[in-house]
Write a protein that binds this ligand. Structure first.
Ligand SMILES: CC(C)(COP(=O)(O)OP(=O)(O)OC[C@H]1O[C@@H](n2cnc3c(N)ncnc32)[C@H](O)[C@@H]1OP(=O)(O)O)[C@@H](O)C(=O)NCCC(=O)NCCS
Length: 195
């Protein structure tokens, strides 16, 4: 996989569609982040962001010169499609590691959307040549820690910041393919069982 081909859209959970972000998604992405509760935004951006800057949105929707890939989960709202989840993955600083982050709209939690976004992100990590997928989360972010644990991530204290946990998991192509062959987009089936 060379990472340059557009990803086909796949169905997410029931009424949602998970697809690659497009340049025109900027306003919908910004609206999603703005609509998150302050606690959710704190968790998503590790404390510091109230809304996305125009520059950050541009970086996300254009892929930052091939250094980043983003996906959105879209649902049908009363006035048309709305973004109800987003996730991004970028080449990490450690060798063969891709870093990710995600959020799901507050009203859309516990329906498996975070799990499906994670599964999709694992595929995208391969396009960076990564064999490991890593993220950082606030120590008190119970939802993310639970999501990570449910999907087999190792969870440990960040070596440089005691406020944070590091979550990490191998991603290996045969396991991703096996997950698809098994018929489920769930992250458990899409991650490798061993490093
Ligand atoms: C973390 C987050 C993405 C989870 O999204 P989600 O769509 O609710 O996750 P899922 O429905 O796929 O949950 C899968 C499993 O994770 C665990 N889990 C998720 N949220 C949980 C919570 N609040 N409490 C306990 N377990 C939770 C459960 O085991 C759940 O399975 P179950 O619902 O069958 O019990 C979402 O809470 C979120 O967007 N939080 C704010 C942003 C954030 O924290 N981002 C992470 C930092 S980058």
């Amino acid at each position: 996989m060379d990472g340059s081909a557009p990803l086909p859209a796949i169905l997410g959970t029931g009424q949602t569609l998970i697809r690659p972000v497009q340049p025109l998604d900027g306003p919908a992405l910004a609206a999603h982040v703005k609509a998150l509760s302050p606690a959710s935004r704190r968790n998503r951006y590790l404390g510091g962001v109230n809304e996305l800057s125009a520059r950050e949105i541009e970086r996300i929707v254009t892929g930052h010169g091939g250094r980043l890939r983003a996906i959105v989960a879209e649902a049908e709202g009363p006035a048309g499609p709305v973004v109800v989840g987003e996730a991004l993955v970028a080449a990490g600083t450690a060798p063969r590691t891709a870093e990710f982050a995600l959020s799901v709209a507050d009203d859309w939690r516990r329906r498996g959307l975070g799990t499906r976004l994670l599964a999709r992100i694992a595929w995208l990590a391969l396009s960076f040549g990564a064999s490991r997928l890593a993220g950082e989360t606030l120590r008190d972010n119970e939802a993310m820690a639970a999501l990570a644990a449910a999907n087999g991530f190792d969870i440990r204290t960040h070596p440089e910041d005691a406020r944070l946990l590091m979550i990490e998991r191998p991603v290996v192509l045969p396991a991703l393919v096996a997950g698809l062959a098994a018929g489920g987009p769930g992250a458990r089936a899409c991650f490798a069982d061993a490093a």
